[in-house]
Design a protein around this ligand. Structure first.
Ligand SMILES: Cc1cc2nc3c(=O)[nH]c(=O)nc-3n(C[C@H](O)[C@H](O)[C@H](O)COP(=O)(O)OP(=O)(O)OC[C@H]3O[C@@H](n4cnc5c(N)ncnc54)[C@H](O)[C@@H]3O)c2cc1C
Length: 391
C-alpha cells in the first residue's frame, strides 16, 4: 500500500490518467475557451482514441463488454484527474450507464450499450422538464402503449450533449394500463419522427456540448425500447444519480488540486511590495484553507468509493454519495473563489484557469441534485437511521 491506502495498481491507474490530462488535454484549454469550447476534430478524435488505448474510456463497464472493469475507487481516481482540466475536455473519457447490462435486453445491449462502450455511439438523458427539476416525480411527459409500440409526448430541458448524442434516454409517466402514473424509461433514436430540437440556450461554461430543449411529439417507438419493466424508470435514475454524484465529488477534488497548485506557483512568483505575495499571511491563509478543503473532500470521496466497493447498504451509499457531492462541490466553489482572488486581475481573464473553473464549478452545486436536495437526502437518512447508521 502507498499513500492514501492506494494499491500499486490504483496508483498506476491514477498516474496514467494524470499524464493523459497533463500531456493531451490541458494544453488545449485556452484554445477551447477561445473557440466556443471547440478544438480541431482530429485532435478531439486523437484524444478519444488515446483514452481508449490507455484503458480509461468506459472504465465503469464490465471487461467482458470491452470496458475497464475498474473498482469504484479506481473510477474516482480517474475522475479526479479528469476534474483537473477545464472546458469539458475530459469528457473524452466517456462512462456509459453502468446499470444497463443488468436490465437491458440482448437487442438493447447490441444496438445501444455495446457501441457506447466502444465509443461508437453516445447517449443523452432527457428527464428534467420546465415544471419538474428537483421534483423528478412531477414530470408531465407521457408514454402510452399502442399495440406493439409506445407513443411518447413531452418537452425536456437541459438535455446535456444532445448535439453529440445518437440516442436519448427519455423518462415519462405511463398513461393507461396497470402501471398508470408510474415512471418508465425508453431508448429513443434521435432521428425518430416527432423528436424536435426546440433550441440550444447558452450556459455559463464554455463547453462544446449543448444543453438542449427538446420536444417529443407523438414519438412512436417499439415496445422493445422500454428499459426494464413498466414502473422501473425511477430506479435507474437513482442509480445514475448515485454514480454521478460521487464522480462530481471526485472531479471537484481534481479541480481543487489544480487550482491550489497553480495559485501556489503564482503566489511564489508574484512580487508586490518587494516580496512574493505568498509571504503575506492573507494570501498564505487562503491557500491553507483551500488545501484543507481539498484534503477533507478527497478523504470523504475515497472513503465513499471504498464503501461501495465493499458493498455497503444501498441507502447508506445514497446518503454518503450526497454527502460527498455536497461537501466537495461547495468546497470547490470556495477554492475557485480564493484562487481568483490570489491571481488578482489575471484571475478575471478567460485565459486563466481560475477564471474558467470559477464559472465551470458553479453547476456542480446544481446538477444531479442541488446542494439543498443533497441536504434533504442526508437529513432524511439521519432521521431514519441515525448518525451511526449512515457514517
Ligand atoms: C448545465 C446543466 C446540465 C444539465 N443536464 C441535464 C441532463 O442532461 N438531463 C436532465 O434531465 N437534466 C439535466 N439538468 C437539470 C438539473 O438536474 C436540474 O437543473 C436540477 O436538478 C435542479 O432542477 P431545477 O433547475 O428545475 O431547479 P428547481 O428544482 O426549480 O430548484 C430551484 C431552487 O429551489 C431549491 N429547491 C427545490 N426543491 C427544494 C426542496 N425540497 N428543499 C429545498 N430547496 C429546494 C433548489 O435547491 C434550487 O435552489 C442539467 C442542468 C444544468 C444546469
Amino acid at each position: 500500500m502507498t499513500a492514501l491506502g492506494l494499491s500499486a495498481e490504483d496508483e498506476a491507474i491514477r498516474e496514467r490518467a494524470r499524464r493523459f490530462v497533463d500531456d493531451e488535454l490541458i494544453p488545449w484549454e485556452v484554445h477551447a475557451e477561445e473557440h466556443d469550447g471547440h478544438i480541431p476534430e482530429d485532435v478531439r478524435e486523437g484524444q478519444r482514441r488515446l483514452a481508449r488505448e490507455l484503458g480509461l474510456a468506459s472504465m465503469n463497464m464490465p471487461k467482458e463488454l470491452g470496458g475497464g472493469g475498474f473498482t469504484m475507487l479506481q473510477q474516482v481516481l480517474v475522475s479526479e484527474q479528469i476534474g483537473r482540466v477545464t472546458n469539458a475536455l475530459g469528457w473524452c473519457v466517456s462512462t456509459p450507464p453502468a446499470w444497463a447490462p443488468a436490465v437491458c435486453s440482448e437487442e438493447q445491449m447490441e444496438r445501444w450499450i455495446v457501441p457506447a462502450v466502444r465509443g461508437e455511439k453516445h447517449e443523452c438523458y432527457a428527464i428534467t422538464e420546465e415544471g419538474a427539476g428537483s421534483d423528478v416525480d412531477a414530470i408531465a411527459s407521457t408514454a402510452r402503449r399502442d399495440g406493439d409500440d409506445y407513443v411518447l409526448n413531452g418537452v425536456k430541458m437541459h438535455v446535456t450533449s444532445y448535439n453529440a448524442a445518437d440516442w436519448i434516454f427519455f423518462q415519462a409517466k405511463l398513461q393507461g394500463g396497470e402501471h398508470e402514473g408510474e415512471h418508465a424509461l425508453f431508448f429513443v433514436e434521435k432521428d425518430t419522427p416527432g423528436v424536435r430540437l426546440v433550441r440550444e440556450p447558452r450556459y455559463t461554461h464554455t463547453y462544446p456540448d449543448t444543453h438542449a430543449i427538446v420536444a417529443f411529439e407523438d414519438v412512436r417507438v417499439p415496445a422493445a425500447n422500454l428499459v426494464g419493466a413498466e414502473g422501473d424508470g425511477m430506479s435507474f435514475t437513482h442509480e445514475w444519480f448515485r454514480y454521478e454524484r460521487l464522480m462530481i465529488a471526485a472531479r471537484c477534488c481534481g479541480a481543487m488540486e489544480r487550482l491550489i497548485d497553480e495559485a501556489t506557483r503564482f503566489a511564489k512568483d508574484r512580487v508586490q511590495f518587494g516580496e512574493p505575495i505568498i509571504r503575506f499571511q492573507a494570501v498564505g491563509h487562503m491557500l491553507a484553507d483551500s488545501a484543507t478543503d481539498l484534503w477533507a473532500s478527497r478523504l470523504m470521496t475515497y472513503e465513499v468509493a471504498r464503501g461501495i466497493d465493499a458493498g455497503v447498504d444501498l441507502k447508506v451509499q445514497h446518503a454518503q454519495c450526497s454527502l460527498a457531492k455536497l461537501y466537495a462541490s461547495e468546497a470547490a466553489g470556495r477554492v475557485a473563489d480564493r484562487a481568483v482572488q490570489i491571481f488578482g486581475g489575471r484571475g478575471y481573464m478567460r485565459e486563466n484557469v481560475a477564471e474558467r473553473f470559477y464559472r465551470e464549478l458553479r453547476v456542480d452545486r446544481i446538477w444531479e441534485g442541488t446542494s439543498e436536495i443533497q441536504r434533504n437526502i442526508v437529513a432524511d437518512q439521519l432521521a431514519k437511521r441515525g448518525v451511526t447508521g449512515i457514517l
